[in-house]
Design a protein around this ligand. Sequence first.
Ligand SMILES: Nc1ncnc2c1ncn2[C@@H]1O[C@H](COP(=O)(O)OP(=O)(O)O)[C@@H](O)[C@H]1O
Ligand SMILES: [Mg+2]
Length: 240
Amino acid sequence: MDAAITVSGLVVDRGRRRVLHGLGFAVPPGQVTGLLGPSGSGKTTLMRTLVGVQQVRSGEVTVLGEPAGSPGLRARVGYVTQAPSVYADLTVRENARYFASLYGLTSREADAAVADVGLTGAAGQLVNDLSGGQRGRVSLACALVGGPEVLVLDEPTVGLDPVLRVELWELFHALARAGTTLVVSSHVMDEAARCDRLLLLRDGDLLAHSTPAQLRADGRSPDLEEAFLTLVRAREEVAA
Ligand SMILES: Nc1ncnc2c1ncn2[C@@H]1O[C@H](COP(=O)(O)OP(=O)(O)O)[C@@H](O)[C@H]1O
Ligand SMILES: [Mg+2]
């Protein structure tokens, strides 16, 4: 199959600043693509363009063959924002069932999504009473309910303990094996190793579009953070 997402010549300004400087790349289907870069590098802005909620200065973004944000994509693309966006005064189960009802789905499908993120034990609890990590997983469950073909997840593992983090990455790969295309952002380079493919952003430029193995080779280090820094320095030398 063709790319699940294609981006070309993407320029985005926020306020009076240019935030994305003409990005171009393609995301293959059925894989976990990591969007890695320091805070402020433009990860959230890029994800917002993928789901069609970001005003774009120029360029093209296509998702599943349609322009990003097309009405036809609404149920096919799931988006979990960096800050959990669920109802604090509803229980975990009620949140998932509410999202299911929006898609015309049953409570069984909602409960399955709650189970997928490991929250069955907390299903009857108010979101207000959950930890930050649990709230993030409620958001994820709500995004999974519709069985979207593309999942865009903005820093889903931030603040999670290492065990939960590993479990979530296993869930991401299970979803990818079932055919879902995932774009997962992180500012922590040690998560890069868990991705099938990597997009490395820095100051709104795409520094590399690669695999972990290729990045290690290009950056001449087994350590991905070290390899990333080598690429940054090489880029700066060219610029100087
Ligand atoms: N609403 C906004 N108005 C103006 N500038 C913004 C806004 N949101 C983000 N920015 C700027 O855009 C740049 C990229 O931000 P963002 O996409 O949130 O990066 P990341 O998610 O990688 O931390 C940053 O310099 C940030 O200050
Ligand atoms: Mg962000």
